[in-house]
Design a protein. Structure first.
Length: 260
C-alpha cells in the first residue's frame, strides 16, 4: 500500500511551468508483443512495420516540435535490434535497459524517471497507438490543469476495460466489463464517469516517491489506483480525435491494422 505519512504537495501547483513547457517523452517499448506474434518472433514490437514504417518511427516523428526535451525508450525483447535502429536513426534517444529483467509498465516508468533525473513532466506515449491527438495543444494546456500527480488522456470509446472518475474527473476506480472485476480508489467519491484509457498520459517526476512502495516490477494502472488515494490523478476526455490500437494482428490480413 501507498505510505500516506509525511506527504506534502502544493494545492496550486501545475504539472508544468507556463514559462518553460518543455517535457520529456517516454515511449514504452520493452514489452514482449505477444498479441503481434508471429511478427514479434524475431523483432521487438516497436520495429513491427505499420503502413511502411516501424511503429516507433511514427511516434517519434509525430512528437517532433512539441516541446520535447529528452526522449527515452525502454528495451527488453530483442533489445539489441531496437538499440541498433535508434542508434542509426535517432541517436539522441536515450535507452532504459531492461535486458536482464522486464519491469512491467510501472517499474519501467519508475526506472525512466530515475534515469532522466530532472524535474520535467514525463509524457508517456504507448508505441502501439495510432492517433491524431494534438499533443502540442495538450502540453500547452497543462499549466492550467488542476494539481495532480498524473493526467490521463481518455476517450468515450468501446473497450473491455475502463477507468472510472468522479464528477470532478479524479480517478476513482477501474472495471473489466468482461469479467466484472472492479477496483476502487480508497476513500474516493462515487464513480460518475467511465472512459477508455488512450495510452497517453502526463506524469510528474515527483511520483517517484510513491513508486518506491511498489518495488521494481509492478503494473502502472494498479499503482495509479493506490496513489490516487493520496494525491489526485485526473482524466482528460478527448472525443474529437481517434485512438487506434496497432498492437494486435488482424485476422483478415495477418498484419497489424494500417494507420487511419
Amino acid at each position: 500500500m501507498v505510505n500516506k505519512q509525511g506527504i506534502v504537495h502544493s494545492g496550486d501547483q501545475s504539472i508544468v511551468n507556463s514559462a518553460d513547457m518543455r517535457v520529456n517523452l517516454f515511449v514504452p517499448t520493452a514489452g514482449l508483443g505477444t498479441r503481434l506474434l508471429p511478427l514479434t518472433a524475431d523483432k521487438p514490437k516497436a520495429l513491427v512495420e505499420v503502413s511502411g514504417k516501424p511503429m516507433i518511427e511514427w511516434i517519434l516523428q509525430r512528437c517532433q516540435n512539441v516541446y520535447i526535451d529528452k526522449t527515452i525508450v525502454n528495451a527488453h525483447h530483442f533489445a539489441d535490434k531496437l538499440i541498433e535502429y535508434l542508434h542509426i536513426n535517432h541517436p539522441e534517444t536515450l535507452i532504459s535497459d531492461e535486458t536482464e529483467k522486464l519491469l512491467n509498465t510501472g517499474g519501467g516508468l519508475k526506472k525512466v524517471i530515475k534515469t532522466l533525473n530532472d524535474d520535467k513532466t514525463v509524457i508517456v506515449h504507448n508505441v502501439d497507438i495510432d492517433t491524431n491527438f494534438d499533443l502540442k495543444s495538450f502540453i500547452e494546456k497543462m499549466p492550467y490543469f488542476p494539481y495532480g500527480i498524473a493526467h490521463l488522456v481518455v476517450s468515450d470509446r468501446k473497450s473491455s476495460r475502463y477507468l472510472r472518475f468522479d464528477e470532478d474527473m479524479k480517478l476513482c476506480g477501474w472495471i473489466n466489463t468482461k469479467t466484472g472485476e472492479t477496483k476502487t480508489v480508497e476513500n474516493s467519491k462515487p464513480a460518475f464517469h467511465q472512459y477508455a484509457f488512450s495510452g497517453i498520459h502526463a506524469v510528474s517526476p515527483s511520483i517517484s516517491k510513491y513508486f518506491d512502495d511498489f518495488g521494481d516490477v509492478f503494473d502502472l494502472i494498479s499503482a495509479y489506483l493506490q496513489i490516487a488515494s493520496v494525491v489526485p490523478i485526473y482524466g482528460h476526455l478527448y472525443n474529437d480525435c481517434y485512438f487506434h490500437d496497432l498492437g494486435k494482428i488482424e485476422k483478415e490480413t495477418g498484419n497489424p491494422p494500417s494507420l487511419l
